[in-house]
Design a protein around this ligand. Sequence first.
Ligand SMILES: C[S@+](CC[C@H](N)C(=O)[O-])C[C@H]1O[C@@H](n2cnc3c(N)ncnc32)[C@H](O)[C@@H]1O
Length: 342
Amino acid sequence: MAVSGFEGFEKRLELHFSGDDPLIGNMGLRLLDFDSIEKVLHAVQCTVVSAVGNQYFDSYVLSESSLFVYPTKIIIKTCGTTQLLKSICPLIHHAFTLGLMICSCRYTRGNFIFPKAQPYPHTSFKEEIIFLENNLPNNLYYRKASVLPSKLSSHSWHVFSACDESHILMQNMPDELYTVEVCMTELDRISAGKFFRRPSDGKNGDSAGMEMTEITGIGDINPNALICDFAFDPCGYSMNGIAGDRYSTIHVTPEDGFSYASFECMGSIYDDPIDIVEMLKKAVQVFRPGTVSVSMTSNNHKVWKCVAKAIESLGMKFRSCTMDEFPATGSVMFHTFTTRRK
Ligand SMILES: C[S@+](CC[C@H](N)C(=O)[O-])C[C@H]1O[C@@H](n2cnc3c(N)ncnc32)[C@H](O)[C@@H]1O
């Protein structure tokens, strides 16, 4: 493995807000002006490379991953040496100016490939927890941090979750929507090679990204999604897909020695699990990784059994499954798989 390289593993933050104004349900956080968003991203150390929105939410591809803004929810996912947790205070402040108060927070990440390269407050999970504890308001009283282990020393799932009284009371009514986060390492070299630009290809980041979406099969994962894609130079790729009120996102670090790709999407407990399973299978097949981890915020046994079977059907071996309960999030399931040749 390389001594140091680009850190593909993302940090992911999801904040929920509430307020008294009935108009909040319509626009809420989407009323944040672009200048404020750029200031938040400046604190994190990344920038917007493209943006698109529909009637439900706004989606931004960032220089380091993605941002999704819903009326009362923000999801921000960043990789490299970004300082994601530094977005918390400015986001709470900007939301307050719109009459919104934070009511829940979830922070998740995998194991960094290059942990020593991470700046404060991401130098360790302990440091991240201290930062979260000190920067979240007291109304987020119910808090829990835990690391879900696996049989692979290189893969574990770090979760911090906090919520206020209203979310705790809702705990027995599981959220209709759940998220699935897939982290893939040791990508097949031929598959990873498709995320390198050809020298002097005469394209810009958008047109090269569009070409990668097409030739890799990423465009077929959810044919109903509107895709916003970007290719970095000389390599690397990011895309956000938007379909109604649901997002999906893929990020690729194709460099040999520290190759990494992630796929994230949303599911509903009312959907047929086949839909999400088919998307997951297609996403994993794009990269043919040596190792896959799947983390889900759903305790729907039917869904996670289908997911495990689907990944196994791609020739991968189930290695471990861990579960824990968190305030605001409910259950988090963490599965790992490796190629059979390992
Ligand atoms: C931002 S993308 C996708 C990040 C995502 N979290 C991942 O690794 O799956 C990262 C890839 O783009 C490459 N890259 C090239 N120029 C970049 C830039 N200006 N900012 C961030 N990444 C860049 C990196 O070397 C890496 O391969």
